[in-house]
Ligand binder design. Structure first.
Ligand code: AMP
Length: 288
C-alpha cells in the first residue's frame, strides 16, 4: 500500500474537488515532515473525523530564523510517506517551493497580539511565516478540518485567531502532546540531542508538570516560576528563553492563577532549542 503524493496546487485541487463532488469531508494535517508519533496522532485523529485526509509536508523557509537551523532540519519524505500509507492517509501534499512562494510573492499574513511574546520574542518573523503558509495550505486544500498539536500552543492559538479573523471556513482541532515514556515531548529536533542531553531533556516537561501542580494548589506565581527556572538550569539546560504563565485562550501574561492557564517554556539544551507547555488551573475551577 502507498499514499499518493502530489506536488502542485492543480493536482491537489483536482483530487479535492473529486472528493467534494462525492460528498466527502476533508481534513488537513500541516507538517514539516520527519514524522513521529506526535504527527501520526494528528493524522489518526483526522481519520476519525473526516472521510479524506491530506497530510502536508513543507519545510517552510519563512518560519526559520537561522539558515543553519533550516539546513539541519530533517528531511525524510520516503519514510514519512511509508508511515502515512500504513495509517491509511489519503494524500500527501509536498508542494514544490514555487507552489507556496511563486515569483513575485508579496503577501504576509500577520496575526498581532498572540504572535508577540514567548516564541515571538525570540524568533522574529517566525509566526508571520507560520500564518502565511498555514493560510495558503487552508486555501489550497479547501479542507473542512485542520489538525494541530497542543505541543506548539502559541501556534495553535495563532491559527485559531487567524481562522476567526479571516472567516476561513475550517474547523481547527487540537490534539494533546504525545510524549516519550519519560515525559519528553516528541519533536523533530530531539534527534539532535546527544545521549547525555537526551537523559537531561525530560526535565523540562517534569518541571513544568510539577510547577503546574504547585500553582494549581495555590503556590504564589512569581516565586514558583523563579524556582522552576532554577530547577531547569540545575538539571543541565544551558539557557531558558522564557518560562511564563499565560491565559489559556488569550495568552495574556498572568501573575496570579485566577483562571485556566498555560505554563509555557522554551529552553536550550546544548545547541538544541526545546519548547513545551502544560495546562494549569486554579483548583476551585476544576471542582465547579
Ligand atoms: P511540525 O512538523 O513540527 O511543524 O509539526 C506539525 C504538527 O504536529 C503541529 O501541529 C505540531 O503541533 C504537531 N506536533 C509536533 N509534535 C507533537 C507532539 N509531540 N504531540 C502532538 N503534536 C505534535
Amino acid at each position: 500500500m502507498s499514499v499518493p503524493i502530489v506536488r502542485t496546487v492543480d493536482e491537489l485541487r483536482t483530487i479535492a474537488a473529486e472528493w467534494r463532488r462525492s460528498g466527502a469531508s476533508i481534513a488537513v494535517v500541516p507538517t514539516m515532515g520527519a514524522l513521529h508519533e506526535g504527527h501520526l496522532s494528528l493524522a489518526r485523529a483526522a481519520l476519525q473525523k473526516a472521510d479524506r485526509i491530506i497530510v502536508t509536508l513543507f519545510v517552510n523557509p519563512k518560519q526559520f530564523n537561522s539558515a543553519a537551523d533550516l539546513a539541519a532540519y530533517p528531511r525524510t519524505e520516503s519514510q514519512d510517506a511509508a508511515k502515512l500509507a500504513l495509517l491509511g492517509a489519503h494524500l500527501l501534499y509536498v508542494p514544490d517551493a514555487v507552489e507556496i512562494y511563486p515569483a513575485g510573492f508579496a503577501t504576509t499574513v500577520s496575526v498581532s497580539g498572540i504572535s508577540q511574546g514567548l516564541c515571538g520574542t525570540f524568533r522574529p518573523g517566525h509566526f508571520d511565516g507560520v500564518a502565511t503558509v498555514v493560510a495558503k495550505l487552508f486555501l489550497q486544500t479547501g479542507a473542512d478540518f485542520a489538525f494541530f498539536g497542543e505541543k506548539d500552543f502559541q501556534q495553535l492559538q495563532l491559527v485559531r485567531r487567524m481562522v476567526q479573523d479571516l472567516d476561513i471556513p475550517i474547523t481547527v482541532v487540537c490534539c494533546p502532546t504525545v510524549r516519550e515514556a519519560d515525559g519528553l515531548a516528541l519533536s523533530s529536533r530531539n534527534f539532535r540531542l546527544s545521549p547525555a542531553e537526551r537523559a537531561i531533556a525530560p526535565n523540562l516537561a517534569l518541571v513544568l508538570i510539577e510547577t503546574a501542580e504547585r500553582l494549581a494548589r495555590g503556590s504564589p506565581v512569581l516565586p514558583t516560576l523563579a524556582e522552576a527556572r532554577a530547577a531547569i538550569l540545575a538539571a543541565g539546560y544551558r539557557d531558558i528563553e522564557y518560562l511564563e504563565l499565560r491565559g489559556e485562550t488569550d495568552l495574556q501574561p498572568m501573575t496570579s492563577l485566577d483562571r485556566p492557564a498555560r505554563l509555557l517554556a522554551a529552553a536550550w539544551l546544548g545547541e538544541t532549542r526545546l519548547i513545551d507547555n502544560v495546562r494549569t488551573s486554579p483548583v476551585f475551577s476544576e471542582v465547579r
